[in-house]
Design a protein around this ligand. Structure first.
Ligand SMILES: Cc1cc2nc3c(=O)[nH]c(=O)nc-3n(C[C@H](O)[C@H](O)[C@H](O)COP(=O)(O)OP(=O)(O)OC[C@H]3O[C@@H](n4cnc5c(N)ncnc54)[C@H](O)[C@@H]3O)c2cc1C
Length: 441
């Protein structure tokens, strides 16, 4: 092939990028392309900022190899076809994806490529194992329970990592186009996007991966990798990460990575994961309470561990997994509020926010999804006492409680009245004043 276009989507890296590697191996000229879709830019200022940073980093990496990143704005299908025609490209390559948006885009690509006699090729790369590659026995289309999925995922034949292209030659006459400045995000302490910061964190993480089994639930220790935003945008290959973790015998970590693939294969067969329950049971009894919902969003519920998690997300665009479980369970199982506004709020702030993992996890917590114990409850106070016994995490994100020592911070309503009066911190929500509610099993 003389010329190929590589359309980057959620694979913003040069290392272990199957679509880019194949184009560079098979074509003389390659057009690395990203199309900024105005429809997606509005969903989350945090992710849009991260994306722009990642694109600048990708452009620099491609330039180091003699290439460039061609940037266009508009409808990805129309723009990619136009660039392909202008470059005289015979083929377009891109990573396959599972969301409804991505699959509609893919279908339109098929039609338009056929019309213009351009070959379309889809590549793996967003997950370790392709969604749909491992299926349950008995003819099921996807695994609904995690443990058997994990066993099949671990036993599956994984693809080989691909080499990083050394040289990329863009055809003459293709104007790269300007890359807009990264816009403002919502969260002042958000991580920076790009393959360069991803690799820095990846290298550091591999040195600290050892105590993951003991530390990953420990809220103040912050002992998880924080690599999720980089996986979300493909600044780091999930396969490379899984292989590197296996080399270090970090099976607990590898297992966690397979949760990510698990939800991709769920979304692959159930694209309405963000709006419709996987299990109808339990989805009919939600309350609609705008006031309580707003307090939850603002981190002002009066339950310190919940408020700490919600404020961590606002400040950093990321929240510890244990805090995500506690805050999501608080909204759905304690306040009894529908999980869908929770999905949307997380989706606005999270740098790693994506349809399969955000909605899949929300449904798991709400009891409408893939949990084998859908009626389980998370008692926020017991969770806080177990995973933040000294209250360090809470005081980090709820400065109003800085003066309260030790684990007493988790139940401010139990403090002596004169101490309580001195705190600029709300009491429990009106509908949940009765302390007994926290202690329900
Ligand atoms: C309500 C709720 C919403 C969530 N929304 C998202 C989301 O939008 N995007 C997202 O990537 N994760 C989501 N998660 C899963 C999990 O909280 C994050 O992946 C994790 O906190 C990311 O931090 P880390 O990279 O330090 O994780 P680590 O502990 O270092 O784990 C390594 C990787 O494994 C994967 N992983 C770990 N736990 C899970 C899990 N429960 N489900 C799926 N993948 C997992 C992630 O890719 C993560 O980067 C959500 C969890 C809950 C309970």
């Amino acid at each position: 092939m003389r010329t190929a276009v590589v359309l980057f989507t959620r694979d913003l890296r040069v290392r272990d990028n199957p679509a880019l590697a194949a184009a560079c191996a098979n074509a003389e000229h390659v057009v690395p392309l990203y199309v900024l879709d105005p429809k997606l830019q509005k969903l989350s200022p945090n992710r849009t900022r991260f994306l722009h940073q990642a694109l600048a980093d990708l452009r620099a990496a491609l330039r180091e190899r003699g290439g460039d990143l061609v940037v266009r704005t508009g409808d990805p299908v129309a723009e990619a076809i136009e660039v392909a025609r202008a470059a005289g490209a015979e083929g377009i390559g891109m990573a396959a994806d599972v969301s409804t948006y991505a699959r509609r885009r893919e279908q339109r690509f098929r039609e338009e490529c056929e019309r213009h006699r351009i070959a379309l090729r889809l590549f793996p790369g967003l997950t370790v194992v392709d969604p749909g590659a491992v299926r349950p026995g008995g003819g099921g289309s996807s695994y609904r329970v995690f443990s058997p999925y994990h066993r099949a995922w671990r036993a599956a034949q994984w693809r080989a990592e691909v080499a990083t292209p050394e040289k990329i030659t863009v055809p003459p006459g293709i104007v790269p186009g300007p890359l807009p400045e990264p816009p403002e995000g919502d969260s002042p302490d958000a991580a920076e996007g790009g393959e360069t910061p991803a690799r820095r964190l990846f290298t550091t993480w591999l040195r600290h991966i050892g105590p993951y089994p003991e530390l990953h639930n420990d809220l103040p220790a912050d002992g998880t990798s924080r690599l999720s935003p980089y996986l979300r945008f493909g600044c780091l290959s999930p396969l490379e990460l899984a292989n590197a973790a296996i080399k270090q015998d970090a099976e607990d970590y590898v297992r966690q990575l397979s949760w990510r693939d698990f939800y991709y294969q769920v979304a692959f067969v159930f694209p309405k994961l963000s709006t419709e329950p996987l299990r109808l049971a339990g989805d009919t009894t939600w309350r609609y309470d705008d006031d309580a919902l707003q307090h939850w969003k603002d981190g002002l519920t009066g339950v310190p561990v919940v408020d700490a998690g919600m404020r961590q997300m606002r400040a950093e665009g990321w929240m510890h997994n244990r805090a995500r479980l506690i805050t999501a369970a608080f909204l759905t199982k304690h306040l009894g509020i529908d999980w869908r506004p929770g999905v949307q709020w997380f989706f606005r702030y999270l740098l790693d926010g994506d349809v399969p993992n955000n909605s899949g996890n929300w449904q798991w917590v709400a009891g409408t999804g893939n949990d084998t114990r859908p009626y389980r409850r998370f008692n926020p106070i017991r969770q806080a006492q177990r995973f933040d016994p000294e209250g360090v995490y809470v005081r980090r994100y709820v400065p109003e409680l800085k003066g309260v020592e030790g684990g007493a911070v988790h139940q401010p309503w139990r403090l002596p009245a004169e101490v309580r009066r001195g705190l600029d911190y709300p009491g429990p929500l009106e509908s949940h004043r009765d302390e007994a509610v926290w202690l329900r099993p």
